[in-house]
Structures are given as C-alpha cells and as structure tokens.
Design a binder for this molecule. Structure first.
Ligand code: BG6
Ligand code: GLC
Ligand code: GLC
Length: 919
C-alpha cells in the first residue's frame, strides 16, 4: 500500500496533472487481499477441475500425477547421475545419497557442472537438443572419471509439463518459458533422451525417473523437514506441486496413500479466468512471447517476464511524457533489455536507487532523481504483484491440503527454489507475509532448496531403484507359483494318467477312482421324505428333505451342529457317538423319531463302496483324524453308535460323496450334468464313466443294462507319488510337512480352502525373511499356523476392496503393514489362488477330454455341477478355472452350474432311489 501512495504522490510531483490513464494501469497491478482471496478461490476451483476425470480434458491447470508417492524417509541410498534441464541453467550432476535413519537423516554429496545451451538449440530440432544434453553428460562422466563399467541410474529433472503414467516415462505436453524445440511435443522425453544417449555412445545409463523441478525441490527440502509436502518454483517459470490424496486423483488407479501432483499452475488463466486481473502490459508480454495465449499466470509472475513487464510500463510512461521528460531510447524499445536481475537490483535495500540510475543509464536514458524513484516503485509494483499472485496460488494449494486433512489449523513446509525467489531481495519476505495474512490458520515454513533440486530428483530415483529391485525380487520369489501353459499341460497329462491307472485299479494309484454305485441320473419322480446327514469339516448338518409337494423343488429343513475339534481329533467311537447324538436331537426337534425315514449319509471322504449303502472309509482327509475309523464300514460305525444310544433306529440307505451329491443335485435340473466338482475345504471331482472302462475287483454286482457309473475320482491325491514335484514349491512342501497327513493329498494342498491360506502364509514368511515384506520383521502373528484363513484370501482379492481395507484386514490379523506391503500381500494371494484355479482347470480338462473320447464325439458339451466355498466366494477363481479349461480342453464346452445345497438334494435323490430299490 505504501508503494501505491508513493507512486501517486510521485506522479503529482513529476507532473502538475497526474496522468490518470497510467495510474489506472498501475492500479490494476495492485491487488488487495480481497482480490487475492478471489484469485485463490478461482485457482482452487481450477485444481479440482484438473483432478477430476470428467473435467480434466477441459481443465487448463493440468494437475499432473507424478507417480512420486512419498517424501523421503532417509532410507534412500545410492549414487546417481542427474540432469537438470529447463531452469535458467542446464546442469549435469553426480549425487551420492547415504542412508540415514531417524534424526540422522540421509546425507547427500554432489558435484555438478553447468553446460551452456546455445540459443539456436532452444528453438531447433528435438534430436539436436537431446544430443547436446547427452554429449554434455558424456563429457561430465569422463571429466569426473566416473566408472562406466556398470550401468548408472540417472535422474532427469525436466522442468516442463509431462503426462506420466510411471516415474520412468513422460509425454511432453508443451514447452514453456524460453524453450521452443521442434518435434518433441507429445513424445516421451525419456525415450528421446535414451535415443540420444545411444547415438552418443560410450555411456551406459538407466534413466529411472523423470521429475519436474517442483517435485525435485519438494523432495530435496523433504530430506531435512518431514513436513515438506509442497514444492514451489519462482524462477524463469513458476509452478507448484503438493502431496494429494490418491483417492482424489481420478487419473491414477488406487485410493490408498498419497501422490505428488504437479499443478502446472503457470497455465492458470489460459481460459480467461484471470480476465479481471490482466493488464494491457500482460497482454503485450503475452503477444510477443514464444507461446501466445499460453502460461498466462506464469507471464504475470515469473522471472522470464518480470523485467519485460517493467520495461513495457516504463516505455508507456515515457511515451506519455510521464518519465524521462518524454524521451524514449532505442534500448527501452527493445524486448528483453530489462531483466529480472535488473528488477531485483533496482529494489535492493540500500543501493536500489543507485542501481536504478545505472540500469536506466545503460538503457541510454537520462533519468532525473524523481524518475529513479518512480522507476523503482514501478518495479516494486510489478514484483509485488508477482509475490502476491504466488501467495494466492499457494494459499489455494494449502487450503486444499487443509481440506484433505479436515483440519482447522495445521503445519506445513514449502520447499522453494528459483532465481526470482533466491535473488530478489524482498521477494521471500513479501511472499511469506502475504501467505500468512491470507491463511492465518496455517503455520507455514518456507525452506529454500540451497543447492538446486537435483538432490530431490536423485532421492526419487533412489526410491524408484529400490522399487525396481524389490519388484524383481518379489517376481523371482513368486515365479514358482506362476505356471506356464506347458506346466499346466503337464498337470493335465499327469491327471489323465492318474485317472487311467485308478480305473485299472493299479495298486498304488494316487487317484483312487472309486465307484459310487450311482449309475443313473435322477428322474423327477421321487416322492416321500428322506433324511440327509451331512458331515462337514467342523459341522454336522441334518436335513429333512420332502419331495411330496414338488419333486422338482423338494423342501429342505435343516439344523446345524458344530463338531468340536477334540471330537474330530479324538476316538472314532466318540466321533460317531457325537454324530448319533446330533441325529437324535434332530429327530426330536423335528418330531420324527419314530418315523423310520430312509437316511442318506453325505460323507465327503474317500470310501470304497460295494453298493450305494456299503462304504468303507479308506482314509480321513482334510482335518479329520478320529482314530480307528479308517478301513471300517462307515454305516456300521454309525449304526453301532446309534445302538449304543438305544433310543431310535435309523435306516441308512446310501453313503454319498459330496461331489456325487453335487452332480446328482445339479443333474436334477439339467440332465446334461455329468460331472461334479467341489473346491471347498478340500477338492474333488466325480464324473460319469463307461462301465466297460472300470475294472472290478469283485464280481460285477450291477445291473447288466447299466452302462455308466459315477466315479468319485478323489483327485486330491494327485502328486502323492511325486508326479507334481516339478511344480511343487518350497511353500507347498512346508504346508504339506505341517499338515495332518504329510505326503498325502498333494494336489488338494495346492488347491483347496483348507490349505490356500497356509500357502499364502508360507510365501509371506519367505518374502519377509528375504527382507521384501514387513521390513523384514518376522512377527509371531506371521509364524502362527492357520492365521491367514482362505476367506481372507477371497476378501483381499476382492476388486471392490481398496488397499486401505486390505491393510485393515491384515492389521486385524496382527500383521502391521505399509501400503507397499499390502500390495505385495494382495499379489501373493493372487498368485496362490490363480494357481489353484489353474490346477483345477487343468485337472478338469483331463477329465472332460476323457469323457469326450468315451463318447466318441469330436466336440463335447456338458454341464458341471460345482460347489465349495473357494469356488463360491473367491472373486476370480471361477473365471480363471473356466479360462484354463477352455485353453486346455478346446474341444469341450463345459457349462458350470451351481445350485444351492446341490449335494444335499443329490444325496436325497440317491437315498430315495436306493430306499425304493430295497423295498
Ligand atoms: C533449480 C532447478 O534449482 O531451480 C531447476 O534445479 C529449476 O531445474 C530451477 O528449473 C528454477 O529456477 P530457475 O530460476 O533456474 O528457472
Ligand atoms: C514452467 C514449466 C513447469 C516448471 C516451471 C518452473 O512453468 O511448465 O513444469 O515447473 O516452469 O520451472
Ligand atoms: C476331500 C475328500 C473328498 C471330498 C473333498 C471335497 O478331498 O477326500 O472325498 O469330496 O475333500 O469335500
């Protein structure tokens, strides 16, 4: 305000009648706080427009995602070459970053060399500019004896707007400032640099990160001050970046954490938003620039234009006779004759007036003392407007951070660089003052980046390098879990061989191929009521199934009884006593204890059957270990338990495997259903096989007319003879070793719900031990078997779940993880479950191809009934299963069918059929 009064006062002194015209122009450059607040809110609106996917294309403030996700934490290290292009000086540097934790922040050593860029290159061809850059780099490397035997990582500070889809790439949107190079716009500048480096030859570098100068500045200052989350440049050009919440950046996927956004605020006003604040001089500067109509805000603010603005005001005033007695020198008429350094010199505290005189004289003018005072104040008006406008922009950025954090007061550090800020004597003070005045609730600290921004670019590159090597190591560790088509073909072939061996009843066949004595798919004529007693891993469920009302849609009434672990792990008699107790309760509950309904036992374990109702348990699988049951007759064990109770009778007419139940249950609605698949706690498959292919140990007890029978493959045993060793990982070996039945059910242990969580846990343990996860910290939680249940696997991979939620799931398990950890955990879950789905697909391909060959058809179309928690709950399992099947069995068209309680319905149908035959 002082300046305003002084200038008006001066006009009245210099001329009797002050020229209102000119005063009006200068008046337009004086912005009061209300106007600054208005500009600030206009800019805030522009920022929002740039962030949103819908309006980004039309937004002039581009809000470019930078892919820099965190400020330095001191763990960055390494030696980097760096290029710094786009400021007032082009520099090549070598930066050494040493690791440092806590208060001992990382230390940085650097040396640099400035290389001039000939004017013609600034307006020439892109290839020539990049050749110059890469030749300068080569000179620097040689002069400094940098060992070129190994590849050097390179950080590229490039102070122009680039659209980045990763750190190591960026399409130049437009040149700005004094660069006007042909053939680069819209191209990847990293690629252009790489090509130039190849042309130059003799240097081996890896361009790992492309970083805007604002970002590099923020990172540089961030090393000393963790609150630094804004980078500001007021130099040749002007711009700011800040840490934005990822969920607000529509152009980048993911919503956890933050990312630095390069606002490219120099473009503010290109669409006329600043029309109320633009002066005639601004218009003139713009019209004479390299890029008319562009970078309007930058042209009101930055070093490239400040001197020009002053010159144009002086010229106008001289022409109007308000200065220099109306004399105009040719230098004053020449573009660029007043520089920003001149502006700074004129405003120097003690020598300002003297400097002004010298500068004006050098322009061929003869200023009076009053002229010098007037010119000094014009210069002040122009530079004060600049710092005020920057303050308005910065206040918008800080307000945005404040809104994101939902805070009323907060503390933030702004890293600053640029020749105007560094060299203009009053600029920092004015800028700080204005920001504090406009946003008193923010405690803002300004930190100048003392030795340029390249330190920060090197830090970004260090993080990029660490990520690249982490990525490689994680990929390496997970590669054994990623199966190739050839490996899946091999699994299909092994499964096929196993099926054949099992059918031939070869003694030690790993796949048992158990006849189920279910030979016909059900007809819809069942009637009456049956009981289905369904055993599961930790539950027993009793169902009353009533076909009377609607044979197509029988009614199911059920009750669930938990089976405590001590029972499944205890004595066999107690196990069956427990079941008998549950049955008794259920019959009471339903009031049918005396009704002698036929019952079917849905028994999801491998049994040797000689008839539908005759089954000998071969071995327990999954988690059940009740003693003295294997090798015994299942129905008899249950009957004996019922007899021990001596209170009711039960006629168990059928023992049905869950796969068989599922197939039959689904076939009830779709007669093409000839296959049943379970991927739940365990995994197994049954299908309809030609009787002629089944070798019987005993006399053929079946009806001669019958040609096919459902075979319960018990395919979970594939690999028990070592046939899957080629694809077995150390994680699988560990899971098997810790299981109830080591060496058994190897295929099941790679594919089913009881084990997938453990495979994931073993993988996480290994990655942690290798230092790739959880900062290498093996916690008790991670060492706890079973902590990572398969349901978490499904949840973690759900597309709807944000990483934040994944993190909270893991934290709930006591696994304290960072955002990067959560990404890796999600990836591990993905690899493990994908492999499971692919293995099931490969196994199934073997089965359906065999069925197709049995049928003698070139193409087979069938339906598969499917059930099981993994298949039902996992978000990607069914899709991957189908995809694999389509690739490995291209001649078979399989429709997957899921029916609620299909296994119970199927078991009920088999039971009803068996009971009818008995009668
Ligand atoms: C420097 C950076 O520190 O600041 C440059 O390293 C950047 O890349 C510059 O452009 C901004 O200032 P000026 O005044 O050189 O444009
Ligand atoms: C220009 C560039 C921008 C850069 C700024 C400061 O505005 O477009 O990318 O950050 O100058 O150098
Ligand atoms: C186990 C059992 C098998 C059952 C499968 C699915 O593999 O051995 O009989 O079908 O789990 O429950």
């Amino acid at each position: 305000m002082l300046a305003v009064h002084l200038v008006s006062f001066l006009f009245s002194k210099v001329q009797e009648e002050p020229n209102k015209e000119v005063d009006r122009f200068l008046q337009a450059m004086r912005l009061g706080d209300e106007q600054l607040k208005d500009i600030s809110s206009l800019f805030l609106a522009e920022m929002k427009k740039g962030l949103s996917a819908e309006s980004n294309a039309a937004a002039v403030v581009k809000m470019l995602p930078t892919h820099v996700r965190s400020t330095p934490d001191g763990s960055e290290k390494g030696q980097f070459l760096a290029l710094d292009l786009g400021g007032s000086r082009f520099k090549v540097l070598c930066v050494k970053v040493r690791e440092g934790k806590g208060v001992r922040r990382g230390r940085v050593e650097m040396h640099e060399k400035i290389f001039p860029i000939p004017q013609e290159l600034l307006e020439g061809k892109g290839a020539e500019l990049f050749d110059h850059v890469s030749e300068s780099l080569k000179d620097f490397v040689h002069e400094n004896n940098i060992n070129m035997e190994k590849k050097h990582p390179l950080a590229f500070t490039f102070s122009f707007p680039c659209e980045q889809s990763s750190l190591g790439q960026g399409l130049l949107l437009d040149w700005s400032k004094n660069f006007h190079v042909r053939g680069v716009r819209g191209k990847d500048v990293v690629q252009a640099l790489r090509e130039a480096i190849d042309r130059t030859g003799g240097i081996d570098v890896d361009v790992l990160a492309l970083v805007n100068d604002t970002v590099a500045t923020m990172m540089t200052c961030g090393l000393d001050d963790q609150h630094c989350e804004v980078g500001l440049i007021v130099g040749t050009g002007t711009n700011a970046c800040y840490m934005e919440e990822l969920r607000h950046i529509d152009l980048v996927e993911g919503d956890e954490g933050r990312m630095c956004v390069n606002t490219e605020w120099g473009a503010f006003g290109e669409d006329g938003t600043l029309k109320d604040y633009i002066t005639e001089f601004d218009r003139e500067v713009d019209a004479a620039s390299n890029n008319p109509g562009k970078q309007i805000f930058e042209k009101m603010v930055s070093g490239m234009y400040l001197g020009e603005l002053v010159r144009l005001v002086l010229l106008k005033m001289a022409k109007l006779g308000l200065l220099f007695d109306g004399c105009v020198s040719s230098a004053l008429r020449t573009r660029g004759k007043i520089s920003t350094a001149d502006v700074a010199a004129m405003e120097e505290y003690r020598n300002g007036l003297k400097n002004t005189r010298v500068i004006l004289k050098a322009l061929g003018l003869t200023p009076s003392p009053e002229d010098c005072v007037a010119v000094q104040h014009i210069s002040t008006t122009v530079s004060l407007r600049s710092s005020n406008l920057v303050a308005a922009g910065l206040v918008a950025v800080l307000t945005r951070i404040k809104e994101n954090r939902r805070l009323r007061t907060f503390r933030v550090t702004v890293g600053v660089d640029g020749s105007v800020y560094r060299t203009h004597p009053q600029y920092p003070k004015r800028l700080h003052g204005a920001v504090r005045r406009l946003l008193p609730e923010c405690q803002v600290r300004f930190v100048v980046s003392e030795r340029g921004s390249s330190r920060g670019a090197a830090l970004v590159t260090a993080v990029a390098q660490r990520r690249v090597s982490l990525r490689q190591k994680v990929d390496e560790a997970l590669s054994p879990l990623r199966l190739s088509i050839e490996q899946l073909q091999m699994v299909k072939a092994k499964m096929r061989a196993g099926l054949e061996a099992g059918l031939r009843q070869e003694r030690r066949s790993e796949i048992k191929m158990l006849p189920s004595f279910v030979c016909q798919l059900p007809e819809s004529s069942e009637h009456g009521e049956v009981l289905v007693l369904a055993l599961e891993e930790t539950f027993f469920k009793a169902f009353l199934v009533n076909f009377n009302k609607d044979p197509q849609e029988p009614q199911l009434q059920h009750k669930i009884y938990p089976i405590p672990a001590e029972i499944t792990q205890g004595a066999g008699t107690e196990f069956f006593d427990h079941i008998a107790g549950c049955v008794s309760d259920y019959l009471d509950y339903m009031g049918i204890k005396k009704s002698h309904l036929p019952a079917g036992l849905l028994f999801p374990f491998p049994c040797d059957q000689t008839a539908v109702g005759e089954a000998t348990l071969l071995s327990w699988t999954k988690g059940v270990r009740a003693t003295d049951c294997e090798g015994h007759h299942v129905v008899r064990m249950l009957q004996e338990a019922i007899e021990r109770r001596n209170e009711f009778e039960l006629d168990v007419a059928a023992v049905v495997n869950d796969t068989v139940g599922t197939m039959v249950g689904c076939a009830h609605g779709d007669p093409r259903c000839e296959l049943g698949l379970i991927v739940g706690t365990g995994t197994n498959l049954c299908y309809m096989e030609e009787l002629k292919n089944i070798k019987w140990e005993k006399d053929d007890p079946t009806d001669r007319e019958i040609q096919r029978m459902c075979i319960n493959t018990e395919w979970g045993g594939l690999g028990d003879d070592g046939s899957l060793d080629e694809i077995t990982t150390s994680y699988d070996v560990a899971v098997d070793r810790n299981s109830h039945n080591p060496g058994k059910q190897r295929f099941e242990k790679m594919t089913s719900g009881m084990y997938l969580g453990e495979v994931v846990r073993q993988t996480l343990l290994d990655l942690t031990r290798r230092g790739l996860l959880f900062r290498g910290h093996v916690t008790e939680a991670l060492k706890t078997p079973g902590i990572f249940q398969t349901k978490y696997l499904s949840q973690t991979e759900s597309d709807r779940l944000a990483l934040l939620q994944v993190r909270s799931i893991l934290q709930g398990l006591g696994l304290d993880c960072t955002c990067d950890d959560a990404i890796i955990v999600k990836e591990v879950c993905g690899a493990v479950s994908r492999r499971a789905a692919q293995l099931c697909g490969a196994g199934m391909a073997a089965v359906v191809d065999k069925m197709r060959e049995n049928s003698g058809l070139d193409r087979l179309s069938i339906t598969a009934g499917v059930d099981g928690t993994v298949h039902k709950l996992h978000p990607h399992f069914p899709r991957v299963l189908k995809e694999t099947l389509t690739v490995l069995a291209p001649q078979c068209n399989v429709t997957f069918l899921t029916v609620d309680d299909s296994s119970v319905r199927g078991a009920a149908l088999v039971t009803a059929g068996a009971a009818e035959k008995k009668v």
